[in-house]
Design a protein around this ligand. Sequence first.
Ligand SMILES: NC(=O)c1ccc[n+]([C@@H]2O[C@H](COP(=O)([O-])OP(=O)(O)OC[C@H]3O[C@@H](n4cnc5c(N)ncnc54)[C@H](OP(=O)(O)O)[C@@H]3O)[C@@H](O)[C@H]2O)c1
Length: 238
Amino acid sequence: MKRVLITGASSGIGLQLVRDYAADGWHVTACGRNQQKLAGLHAGQAHIDICTFDITDLAATRAALSGRSVDLAILCAGTCEYLDHGIVDAEKVHRVMLTNFSGPINCLDILLPQMQPGSRVALVGSVASLVALPRAEAYGASKAALAYFARSLAQDVKRQQIGISLVLPGFVDTPLTQRNDFAMPMIVDTVQASRFIRRGLAKGQAEIAFPRLFAFMLRLTSRLPLALQRLLTQKIAR
Ligand SMILES: NC(=O)c1ccc[n+]([C@@H]2O[C@H](COP(=O)([O-])OP(=O)(O)OC[C@H]3O[C@@H](n4cnc5c(N)ncnc54)[C@H](OP(=O)(O)O)[C@@H]3O)[C@@H](O)[C@H]2O)c1
């Protein structure tokens, strides 16, 4: 039986991935902080085990993940906080960086040495890292840092035959985005998001960006002169 470990398993995209991989016959290790929500997943599912820890705490991450050997690790846990009116709230920025960047790095520190040739890690970033969007200073920067890390790491672990996939979702309807107070173009549900991710991972894709049209539009925008990019992103934000 193939083994997948998923962080951020108690909610949103991660939760859907747990359900779908379990339904496909994988053994799933579902990770999160919320013991109660994770316990619900475990009920009646023989091949889901739960693992509760905070990814921002390296010692707790080590205690939780040491000795776990998996074929696939999907590092999906993350958070989003926006800055308001250009006010740089350092504590907020550090919080977002800690969860979205340092958290996955803590997991990689423990998991990578335990992985066998042929296995794969998926790092869940965001299409927000492709173009600088208003209010997304902290979130976008954390995901841009993660994207760079993933692309760089992919080159260094290739020799060990470990694959790295960078997942770049557009808007997905989850508790994280249900807090947003703006229109979210081309939003997909978690079932669609899980399908995009699982298909991409099954093909061993280095980057899995979806929905494709939205990702394509943002990539195109990123190639325009900065002044034009700003005009477009301000318009989207309004
Ligand atoms: N939804 C979108 O539109 C969208 C778009 C692009 C990228 N993404 C990325 O996709 C990933 C999943 O997002 P989502 O929308 O599914 O969010 P979500 O529903 O809010 O779920 C977030 C998950 O991350 C876990 N988590 C957060 N902080 C953690 C920590 N310090 N330690 C351990 N677990 C932690 C939460 O666990 P507990 O509740 O148990 O603490 C929860 O399971 C995130 O990385 C997000 O940035 C989402």
